[in-house]
Write a protein that binds this ligand. Structure first.
Ligand SMILES: Nc1nc2c(c(=O)[nH]1)N[C@H]1C(S)=C(S)[C@@H](COP(=O)(O)OP(=O)(O)OC[C@H]3O[C@@H](n4cnc5c(=O)[nH]c(N)nc54)[C@H](O)[C@@H]3O)O[C@H]1N2
Ligand SMILES: Nc1nc2c(c(=O)[nH]1)N[C@H]1C(S)=C(S)[C@@H](COP(=O)(O)OP(=O)(O)OC[C@H]3O[C@@H](n4cnc5c(=O)[nH]c(N)nc54)[C@H](O)[C@@H]3O)O[C@H]1N2
Ligand code: SF4
Ligand SMILES: [Mo]
Length: 758
């Protein structure tokens, strides 16, 4: 007998609702949930392979503990005992900084990864904290922190209503979108064109997204900041800037023209390899559009001037009056996020509050560059990392110079991995804690609802009951928090959640602006529903959130507390119970303007020209005189991939999802490379042998190699992936190329050399 169950897909940022077919405890099929309020039945090949991924026989079923140098199956008790013995002892002997924490991408796709890492960091008290963000979107956090005072205040394009979308360094037709959660991104782009809107794509490759565009520009990689600066320059010089209502809310508008004076279209054109006329025409089209959204992603972030490019994206949105207006870019209001606070000055955002020990890299958003992880482990001295906790992270493949990191990890005194696979990184661990397959986990998108093109809320309970001898990932994390803080055995995972709940309620009931002021936190905690700690925490966040019932049963929210006009109760206030009664989710409406309420700058206004940006602009100016490298490398994503960890699912491998070096025919001819032949590619960090694919989808002077490959290391358990390992593109990097403001590794647009191999 088969049955169906709903499950939000955790495999990319689109967060599609899936309808799973389940026989016994096995997922035998997945299709799009047509009633899902957000995804309306959309699904991609990865979602369709949910069952295969869920049942991958290489998934670990029990914890592993290293004994006599070898990882062996162990009980949960043995695994946590090992952690509780080793980590607190290392902290006692070498101090809090001796433990590093690395968080990888799937943490934003699990409830556990959103609810517990901050508790782990607090328990450890370490500043040696690294995440995939410094391989990804940290430049955007920094630019938002500086502009708006809140690194999470990232405006998203109003995809469904805009008249003009300028998309840089993103390929949502393959990636399904990022920092812009939109199930069926391709369909939404087609709808934009169908309603007469304009799509412009800036990408050195003619991607599947570029093929949908009205205009595709293929500039030299790494030149986005220059192009964007020249667009802003043109708007200002030609009197096309029209910030409208934003003018009064923005500081520094008057100084912008001076700051950007040297970035004329003529000046930047050679570096971008575009013409000045093309740049002017684009600026005019952007200004002429009734509404427009400028959106930059990976290809504009993981480059040398990533923070400047990210900042300029929003400078353009501000200059054209499109920030915070329908059809432009807007700030989402997620249901489990904080309730909007009144407008006014905030704490602001500061960079470099501390520096990394070895190279003195400034922190950004409390993180240090993951490209500097190896040196922090290798270099002797006080504060050296001797133990590492890696959660859902595979930096040996995803970060620069995996070979060096491999050696560094092998030299650690102790390492814990929370990971379903024994892979390139987790094989170094002393303890591996495997989460259950996704069918056995509950799901809510704490992170992505904050970047979604429509406000909505969905929650799915586990589709299949947790197998015996498994721990839910939330419980794995909670026990980890207890083990590292010496409370293993003396407190339970539920205690961890109750502590958080009590803390949040104590704060809420002490807040003069809260309708709950003066109420008894114990009493309120007693009103929470949910089957376990994470559900109770979700209930609390929903009830205190912008659409929540605030425990005021029977009373509509937003009535008495002084009128944040952003309140949207939708009749009854939101609770977990109410959400559970809507298994396909609750639509909370289109995005709405939220300024000035989102601003947390010291001035309480948008700070258009913050000091760190002003100080960085001369470096960009100097780039105008650089002689461009003859050949640079960019990455690419394939629809059926996901960073380093989906290569073990047969249904998603093969075909065009291969680790080939794409080379333009002109370059191939000049270098003597042929289709299917081998080439040696060399850069700062080393060289690789890769198969060549000749294609005019990459422009001249640019080659493309995807990331997440290189599954040829001993000690991993990836039987499918290791049969077609591919080459690790990040071995071409030595970790020294960073966007200095954000500490983000330069993964795109770095120089390479190519020679044919027989
Ligand atoms: N050259 C180059 N390098 C890149 C990029 C690029 O474009 N070019 N992209 C960068 C980007 S954007 C990112 S986000 C990073 C990603 O970098 P990482 O996060 O380090 O890499 P992933 O490959 O996503 O690895 C995820 C790990 O989580 C594990 N995992 C999967 N599901 C779960 C789960 O439910 N729970 C737990 N605990 N673990 C799970 C997987 O087995 C795997 O070990 O890579 C970056 N690296
Ligand atoms: N199928 C699939 N989907 C994924 C992932 C995956 O691995 N596979 N990973 C997920 C993750 S972690 C993330 S962060 C998102 C990323 O999602 P996207 O940001 O859409 O990332 P990509 O698809 O890598 O597209 C980046 C584009 O930038 C271009 N590019 C490179 N250098 C430059 C440059 O200097 N300037 C400009 N303008 N363009 C440049 C590349 O050619 C590429 O087409 O995707 C997510 N979704
Ligand atoms: S688009 Fe993303 S969320 Fe939707 S089914 Fe595919 S992988 Fe899952
Ligand atoms: Mo990412």
């Amino acid at each position: 007998m088969s049955r169906t169950a709903l499950r939000i897909c955790p495999l990319c940022e689109a967060t599609c609702g899936l309808t799973l077919t389940i026989e016994g405890t096995t997922v035998t099929g997945a299709r799009g949930d047509r009633e899902d309020v957000f995804s309306r039945g959309f699904i991609c090949p990865k979602g369709a392979a949910f069952g295969a991924l869920d049942a991958d026989p290489d998934r670990l079923r029990t914890p592993l503990v290293r004994r006599d140098g070898r990882l062996r199956e162990a009980t949960w008790e043995e695994a946590y005992e090992a952690i509780a013995t080793r980590i607190p002892a290392l902290v006692r002997e070498y101090g809090a900084q001796s433990v590093g924490v690395v968080l990888g991408n799937p943490n934003v796709h699990t409830m556990a990864g959103n609810l517990y890492p901050s508790l782990l960091l607090k328990a450890l008290g370490t500043r040696n904290f690294f995440t995939a963000s410094t391989l990804d979107q940290m430049p955007k956090h920094v630019s938002s922190g500086l502009l708006f005072g809140d690194p999470f205040a990232i405006p998203v394009p109003d995809l469904d209503r805009t008249d003009f979308l300028l998309l840089l360094g993103a390929n949502p037709v393959e990636s399904n979108g990022s920092l812009c959660t939109a199930p069926d991104f391709p369909g939404r782009l087609k709808a934009l064109r169908a309603r007469g809107g304009t799509l412009v794509v800036v990408d050195p490759r003619r991607t599947r997204t570029a093929k949908l565009a009205d205009l595709h520009l293929a500039p030299r990689p790494g030149s986005d900041a220059l192009l964007l600066a020249a667009l802003a320059h043109t708007l200002l010089a030609e009197g096309l800037a029209a910030p409208g209502a934003l003018r009064e809310q923005t500081e520094g508008l008057g100084e912008l023209a001076d700051a950007l004076a040297r970035f004329t279209p003529e000046a930047v054109a050679p570096a971008c390899d575009l013409t000045a006329a093309e740049i002017r025409a684009l600026a005019r089209a952007l200004a002429a559009a009734p509404t427009a959204a400028v959106y930059g992603r990976i290809g504009s972030c993981t480059v040398e001037y990533g923070t400047l490019a990210s900042w300029l994206v929003d400078v353009l949105n501000i200059l054209t009056g499109n920030l915070d207006r329908p059809g432009g870019v807007l700030f989402p209001l997620p249901a489990a996020g904080p309730r909007p606070r009144p407008a006014g000055p905030g704490k602001g955002f500061t960079l470099g509050r501390w520096l990394s020990r070895v190279s003195g890299h400034p922190e950004a958003k409390s993180e240090l560059p993951i490209a500097a992880l190896a040196e922090e482990i290798e270099t002797p001295g006080e504060g050296r990392i001797r133990a590492l906790v890696a959660i859902a992270a595979n930096p040996v493949l995803s970060a620069p110079d995996g070979r060096r990191l491999d050696e560094a990890l092998a030299g650690l005194d102790f390492m814990v991995s929370v990971d379903p696979y024994l892979n390139e990184t987790s094989r170094h661990a002393h303890v591996v804690l495997p989460p259950p397959p996704p069918s056995q986990s509950a799901h809510h998108d704490f992170a992505f609802n904050g970047f979604a093109v429509r406000n909505q809320v969905r929650y799915s309970r586990p589709a299949v009951p947790l197998e015996a001898d498994r721990l839910d990932e939330c419980e794995i994390h909670a026990r980890l928090v207890l083990a590292v803080s010496g409370r293993h055995g003396s407190a339970t995972p539920a205690d961890v959640d109750e502590m958080v709940i009590q803390g949040a309620l104590a704060k809420e009931t002490a807040d003069p602006s809260s309708p709950l002021r003066g109420q008894d936190p114990q009493h309120l905690a007693g009103l929470l529903t949910g089957e376990n700690g994470p559900e109770r925490r979700l209930d609390l966040m929903l009830r205190l959130g912008p659409y929540g019932d605030r425990f005021a049963s029977g009373r509509a929210p937003g009535g008495e507390d002084g009128g944040e006009d952003e309140d949207e109760g939708g009749g009854e206030g939101l609770t977990l119970e109410r959400l559970l009664a809507h298994p396909h989710g609750i639509d909370l409406g289109p995005l709405r303007p939220r300024l000035p309420g989102v601003l947390r700058t010291r001035s309480g206004r948008i700070e258009l020209l913050p000091d760190p940006i002003t100080a960085e602009l001369p470096r960009l100016g100097a780039a105008l005189a650089d002689r461009p490298a003859a050949l640079v490398l960019v990455g690419r994503r394939h629809l059926r991939s996901n960073n380093s960890w989906l290569h073990n699912v047969p249904a998603l491998t093969g075909g065009s999802n291969r680790c080939t070096l794409q080379v333009n025919p002109e370059d191939a001819g000049r270098l003597g490379l042929t289709e299917g032949g081998l080439a040696r590619i060399t850069a700062d960090g080393g060289s690789l042998e890769v198969p060549v694919e000749v294609t005019d989808t990459v422009r001249t002077g640019v080659v493309s190699l995807p990331h997440g490959w290189g599954h040829d290391r001993d000690g991993a358990r990836l039987s499918v992936a290791s049969a077609a390992p591919g080459a690790n593109v990040n071995q071409l990097l030595d970790g020294s190329r960073l966007d200095p403001l954000s500490g983000t590794a330069v993964l795109n647009g770095f120089p390479v050399e190519l020679t044919p191999l027989p």
